[in-house]
Write a protein that binds this ligand. Structure first.
Ligand SMILES: C[S@@+](CC[C@H](N)C(=O)[O-])C[C@H]1O[C@@H](n2cnc3c(N)ncnc32)[C@H](O)[C@@H]1O
Length: 265
């Protein structure tokens, strides 16, 4: 993914919030990656914790609301996300990249990187930084998706982008997934524990699917400033409406899932 596309995707927290909201509301099984991370890392409440690629910092907000007493640090490359994190009392928000974490060696008791490592061109560089900045004996938790995560909807969006000349070369290339992360992490940390979740998005009407599909457009090269974005979006919405019209009573089911991988620094 070009920097322009990644910058465009996260210049505004809204598409990310739509995707998270969709997973919360339209998953076949309860979908709560925050709860899954918390179950995997078992915090005492006093840890000095960094969330890398923190997005709108809802994980840190959740910890603060639960009475976490240790320092909470959010690091992200997107200024809009850093601003969202900075608005949460108790969170120290820092503009920075996973490949060069702006903290000293052995700083954090816990470091989390949730749904972000697949955006990093060299994930091994980021994992090495996680190891450097977490204290010996500290915990690192990384969440990445399955390689086929929401592939059905992604393929639909890709087909609409392709009809306007935006091909695979324009699409987001995810650098790591649940199939490749465990070996990558073991190289750096040794033993890795895996917690796996399998589910599906299920839509029984067009509007929430169209909303979700729209929130994927930038990943397929249809950036907010793309001259054909409105036309592509109109075609996509019409196609989704048609699918429900021609499949009365059917649901659009799209398999998905992720792993939480933990290791000790
Ligand atoms: C899919 S969002 C996930 C946000 C949050 N972790 C969550 O799960 O809600 C990915 C986030 O990673 C950030 N990001 C992308 N590349 C990054 C990098 N190299 N270093 C730090 N953050 C990065 C993006 O700006 C975005 O906020």
């Amino acid at each position: 993914m070009s920097n322009h596309r990644l910058d465009a995707e996260y210049a505004d927290p809204m598409p990310l919030q739509v995707r998270i909201d969709t997973h919360q509301r339209y998953s076949e099984k309860p979908d709560d990656p925050i709860a899954d991370v918390l179950a995997a890392i078992e915090l005492t409440g006093t840890e000095h914790l960094a969330d890398i690629g923190c997005g709108d910092a809802r994980f840190l907000a959740c910890l603060a609301a639960a009475g976490h007493r240790g320092t909470l640090v959010g690091v992200d490359t997107a200024p809009a996300m850093v601003a969202a994190a900075a608005a949460i009392p108790q969170v120290t928000a820092v503009l920075g990249a996973a490949e060069r974490i702006p903290f000293d060696d052995n700083t954090f008791d816990v470091l989390t990187a949730r749904h972000m490592l697949y955006h990093v061109p060299e994930p091994t560089t980021a994992l090495t930084e996680f190891r450097r900045t977490v204290k010996p004996g500290g915990t690192v938790a990384v969440v990445v998706n399955h390689p086929t995560n929401c592939a059905r909807t992604a393929e639909l969006v890709a087909a609409h982008a392709a009809s306007y000349g935006l091909t695979a070369a324009h699409a987001e290339h995810f650098t790591v997934d649940s199939g490749t992360l465990p070996a990558m992490m073991s190289e750096i940390f040794g033993m890795v524990q895996i917690y796996r979740t399998d589910s599906a998005l299920v839509f029984d009407r067009p509007a929430p699917l169209a909303r979700f599909a729209e929130a994927l457009l930038t990943f397929h090269g249809v950036t907010p400033d793309h001259p054909h974005r409105q036309a592509i979006l109109a075609d996509l919405r019409a196609d989704i409406e048609d699918w429900f019209t021609y499949h009365p009573g059917a649901s659009w089911r799209d398999p998905k899932g992720y792993i939480v991988a933990t290791a000790t620094g």
